[in-house]
Design a protein around this ligand. Sequence first.
Ligand SMILES: Nc1ncnc2c1ncn2[C@@H]1O[C@H](COP(=O)(O)OP(=O)(O)OP(=O)(O)O)[C@@H](O)[C@H]1O
Ligand SMILES: [Mg+2]
Length: 466
Amino acid sequence: MTKIPSLQEIKDITRTERIGAHSHIRGLGLDDRLEPRDVSQGMVGQLKARKAAGIIVKMIKEGKITGRAILIAGQPGTGKTAIAMGMAQEFGPETPFTMISASEIFSLEMSKTEALTQAIRKSIGVRIKEETEIIEGEVVEIQIERPTQSMGAKQGKITMKTTDMETVYNIGQKMIDSLSKEKIGIGDVIKIEKATGKITKTGKSYTHRQDYDSIGPGETYIECPSGELQKTQELVHTVTLHEIDVINSRTQGFLALFAGDIGEIKAEIREQIDSKLSEWKDQGKAEIISGVLFVDETHMLDIECFSFLNRALENEIAPIVIMASNRGISKIRGTEYVSPHGMPLDLLDRLLIISTDPYSSDDIKKIISIRCEEEDVEIHPQALDLLTNIAVSTSLRYGIQLIIAADLVSKKRKADLVNVDDIRKVYELFVDVKRSTQFLQEFQDSFMFHEKNNQNNNHNDNEKDK
Ligand SMILES: Nc1ncnc2c1ncn2[C@@H]1O[C@H](COP(=O)(O)OP(=O)(O)OP(=O)(O)O)[C@@H](O)[C@H]1O
Ligand SMILES: [Mg+2]
């Protein structure tokens, strides 16, 4: 039988986030009309691409598109990954969003198509509706009978009311323990799930507002519920198809999700789950949510993966696939064919392409100053200007990386403001790609395995990727 994880099980799987390259990005920075603000939510410039990304987010949120693919294309460091991160923030927790780098799928543990299938199924959500019986009302009285022997279990009674009725329920040790754990007292409005015995406090009844001893900080006052004490409540949980797959394919169930030791999932299991789901869908018990799969560095996929994706996008339930690539016209991995963005033409033909442009020095300055704030680094305006000039003539990434190094240098001289000298110092200590290449060309003879005739240093050399 197909098992569904409970809400609690799923809630425990959280991701840790550190201050990373994109931690300053908190959204796409668009207004209600989807027009990009110049600097907002950590995003700077790149207006056209941000607006296009915003339109895609809106279409996905409204459930208007599915099984589509989008490519964000542009030079290195023009904010492709940043835009995808911004999109992820815009979706909110209801839309499943999976982010992978294309090279992740080449693993010895599972085939590439299995890895892709898992990524795709992580990006499809299932909203499952469940009805549970609950008792909801205001606590009138709690009576606990102490056992005569110290070892005996406690027993008691709880009286609960709504505006229309009042009932006394017998309670056992477990319920008594959870009542004291939740600090439930007279006048509290509580909800008890009948199946699990879980108690939640929704607030305090208005009628108890005058009780001095019961006023605690952050207490919310609500009306005493009306109607019957026992009700049915509809619970909705959202899980991903991948989570359902894992829970049904492993003996250790959902624990495999923590261990990460998932391995390949049999096709029969997926078929069973899919047919069960379509049954539930017909009965109105479940709803499929098309999420988003973001494949960064897409040119690292090979021709087989591309054709697999082509097919997967045409499935009845498919996520939106967003890809990013910084390649120009280059070889498709696994073939000798050359194609734009290193991707086959038949796939390109199915894509909407968003392109990113290089930044102006003004934008670069704004990005660097946002990064300084994010990394908690105080910088002198002249030092910021110098760092911007350095980033313009080298690369945005090099500029961003110097921030923390310059901060360390300034701390060493016990200053709390990064000045021009600190920037100069780190600029000399750490070379950028251009200077490193120049150095290599000047001193070729002293290095091993140099290829004198091939002075043309080509960063986009696809041979390296194989
Ligand atoms: N518009 C922007 N607003 C704020 N920060 C940005 C913006 N564009 C880029 N950045 C920041 O600049 C750095 C480089 O950008 P990013 O990693 O997104 O480039 P990329 O286009 O993905 O490059 P690559 O092709 O090398 O993967 C990141 O730290 C990113 O967060
Ligand atoms: Mg990137």
